[in-house]
Design a protein around this ligand. Structure first.
Ligand SMILES: [Zn+2]
Ligand SMILES: [Zn+2]
Length: 377
């Protein structure tokens, strides 16, 4: 580099890997399928392998190792480490280190490794095509905790070998089993890899560009149900950036988050534990704060008395919300401890019903206040 503004050197290995695999997936696979046909079992193997690799990234690399949102049995960690090699997204140690920097310095064009403020292309794939990270490539200071995990260190040490074995060996084995080795390599190997790559990359690019911001607009992260569908539930990225220690991304029952379902499901058979959740109070309060901020910002000409009334009501609702969630927790704790003192229980349940009714009433008032203010926008 001669001048300060010169771009860092290109990483040709990455460029070729991304370009060749993409070209094969986009041109080679359709041509091969048209000319020779592809056995349906290879398509199923591709879907199964893509899900295994994808969920190893979301449940393992992301929520387990980067955010420590829960703890997992060594068998589960081992499987995620293998799945991460199948996904070809670098070792757990490296991925988690990058990801922690992303959260700490989100949108900082100099520090966030895949800052969305540098545009779609950069945050999607461009950040991996040049030596942007050269100065901190082997700096693993922010993942010292992960260095105590023997499975993480074993995978880091043998990453290249594991990647080659899984990305060539597995598709070859499948192709051999169905009598179509080249078809196996093309579909289970290359097409599957490209799908795994780009769906994960969407979380860094589209999930910071396209969608809503119900919890915070202090960073570019967005909630997006379509992306959640493509990314095993990681599309609720606005929620994730504000409550990143939570093992869930889609917190409502109707939100598509198979990563959460897997982690929760495994906890019933003792393979995961200590699942971290943000309290309902914190979640609802963040939402109210965002609504108030947004409306006050938009409706600059709204009468002060209306704004004051909204602020006052916000405080009231926050107090009521806190009591509601605290009482609910008390009831759940009591139930969990099997303290079957009927009177005590009934008292709590009545209080919860009362608080809920009160909250609903306040919610209606809040919505009408907000729409009244919005008229001045
Ligand atoms: Zn992000
Ligand atoms: Zn994250």
């Amino acid at each position: 580099m001669n001048s300060i503004n010169a771009k860092p050197p290109i990483i040709w290995l990455n460029v070729w890997v991304f370009a060749i695999t993409f070209a094969i997936a986009a041109i080679g696979v359709p041509v091969y399928a048209y000319v020779y046909g592809i056995d349906s079992s290879l398509w199923w193997a591709m879907i199964g392998t893509a899900c295994f690799a994808g969920i190893s990234i979301t449940a393992g690399y992301h929520r387990l190792w980067s955010h420590k949102a829960y703890k997992a049995h060594p068998i589960v960690r081992f499987l995620f480490a293998i799945g991460g090699a199948v996904a070809l997204q670098n070792s757990v140690l490296h991925w988690a280190s990058d990801h922690r920097v992303h959260h700490t310095h989100v949108d900082d064009n100099d520090k966030d490794p895949y800052s969305a403020k540098r545009g779609f292309w950069y945050s999607h794939i461009g950040w991996m095509l040049r030596e942007y990270q050269a100065s901190r490539y082997s700096d693993y200071n922010n993942v010292k905790d992960l260095q105590d995990d023997p499975i993480v260190m074993w995978q880091h040490k043998h990453y290249l070998l594991l990647t080659l074995l899984t990305n060539f060996g597995w598709p070859l084995l499948f192709g051999w089993l169905v009598g179509d080795i080249l078809g196996g390599l093309l579909v289970v190997g290359v097409l599957r890899l490209v799908l795994n790559h780009h769906t994960t990359f969407f979380i860094n690019s589209l999930a910071h560009i396209w969608g809503s911001q119900p919890y915070t607009d202090k960073n570019t992260a967005r909630d997006n149900g379509v992306l959640a569908f493509l990314t095993f539930g990681e599309g609720y990225h606005n929620y994730h950036h504000i409550f990143s220690a939570d093992y869930r991304n889609g917190i409502r029952w109707y939100q598509f988050d198979p990563t959460k379902w897997l982690i929760r499901g495994l906890s019933y058979i003792g393979l995961t534990r200590d699942l971290k959740r943000t309290s309902g109070y914190q979640i609802e309060r963040a939402k109210l704060t965002m609504q108030l901020t947004r409306v006050s910002r938009k409706a600059k000409s709204a009468p002060q008395v209306l704004i004051d009334s909204a602020h006052e009501h916000y405080q009231q609702m926050a107090t009521c919300l806190r009591e509601y969630y605290q009482t609910r927790k008390k009831l759940l704790d009591a139930k969990a401890k099997q303290l079957k003192e009927q009177v005590h229980f009934e008292g709590l349940q009545e209080r919860i019903d009362e608080l809920k009714e009160n909250l609903e009433e306040q919610q209606r008032h809040w919505q009408s206040l907000l729409s009244e203010i919005k008229r001045y926008a």
